[in-house]
Design a protein around this ligand. Structure first.
Ligand code: ZN
Ligand code: ZN
Length: 280
């Protein structure tokens, strides 16, 4: 029995028949109590448990970090609009690659998401025992405000389990999946909410007609400052929550690149209410 406080002992062949194992690997215990007792220590040694906790961590990180969430949401939204229902796949070669990335902080340059449709998920071997759950999630989420994220870490036969018990799963990767809310910039409020939504109209240029280039630029700058200030009052930071829009306006200010009217559906963080923002 692997519980250090327990003296029970037997041949491996007997243990295989009569003992319990860890849920995730072939570590043997004489009884449930011993398994429970050893868990606080074993969970840090158990490879599969560590890998699956790391998958959960990856999902949590994507959900918490507004930059990563923005990037992954855009990917998910485009994937859905072009190819239909599916999920974002984040695959890491092994536990050390995943660990390294998590420690450094996930960035778009270091992750390479894939968009896979329901049909593709069915055809590919990769998904193993999470396949049916994943397929169900992909068939049921609301693509206007959610996306499905799959995080998997390789644990195939190329890993040598010296000193640790081998995993009980025969899958070549361990994974978790979750339905996450799209970043505010990519989610579309549902139509019922739209009825009593307030509208904020903002001008990209505080423009005056027939003025020189310097004045035009000045009035665009004023416009951008005003937009940021008005949105900030409602708890919305244009630069972080709508970076694409922010850079579009920056280009409009600095290079006088044409600006066509845009629609946003931000959430007022003070009231929790969504509103429509039109930038003209
Ligand atoms: Zn274990
Ligand atoms: Zn025991």
């Amino acid at each position: 029995c692997e519980n250090p406080d327990c003296e029970n002992n037997c041949l491996m062949s007997v243990a295989k028949r009569n003992y319990l194992t860890c849920h995730n690997c072939y570590t043997y215990y004489c009884c449930k109590e011993c398994r429970k007792h050893d868990w606080t220590t074993h969970k840090n040694d158990c490879y599969v448990t560590r890998v699956s906790n790391m998958c959960k961590n990856i999902i949590k990180t994507v959900n918490k970090d507004s930059h990563i969430l923005y990037y992954v949401s855009r990917f998910a939204r485009r994937g859905y609009l072009h190819r239909g229902r599916g999920c974002i796949v984040l695959n890491f070669e092994n536990i050390s690659t995943a660990q390294k990335l998590l420690q450094e902080g996930l960035r778009h340059s270091t992750i390479s998401p894939m968009y896979m449709t329901v049909a593709e998920i069915d055809r590919v071997k990769l998904f193993g025992d999470v396949k049916s759950g994943l397929t169900e999630m992909c068939s049921n989420y609301n693509p206007d405000n959610k996306f499905i994220l799959y995080a998997g870490i390789g644990c195939g036969s190329h890993i040598y389990y010296d000193n640790i018990a081998p995993p009980r799963t025969s899958e070549t990767s361990i994974a978790k999946c979750a339905a996450l809310r799209l970043s505010p910039a990519h989610s579309i409020p549902n139509l019922d909410e739209l009825d009593d939504i307030s509208v904020l109209v903002l001008a990209a240029s505080q423009g005056f007609e027939k003025t020189g280039n310097a004045e035009k630029r000045k009035s665009r700058e004023m416009g951008l400052i005003n937009i940021q200030r008005k949105l900030q009052k409602r708890g919305v930071t244009l630069r972080y929550q709508y970076p694409e829009m922010y850079y579009k306006l920056i280009n409009f200010v600095s290079d006088s690149k044409p600006f066509s009217p845009e629609l946003l559906f931000p959430m007022d963080s003070h009231t929790g209410q969504r509103f429509t923002c039109i930038i003209l």
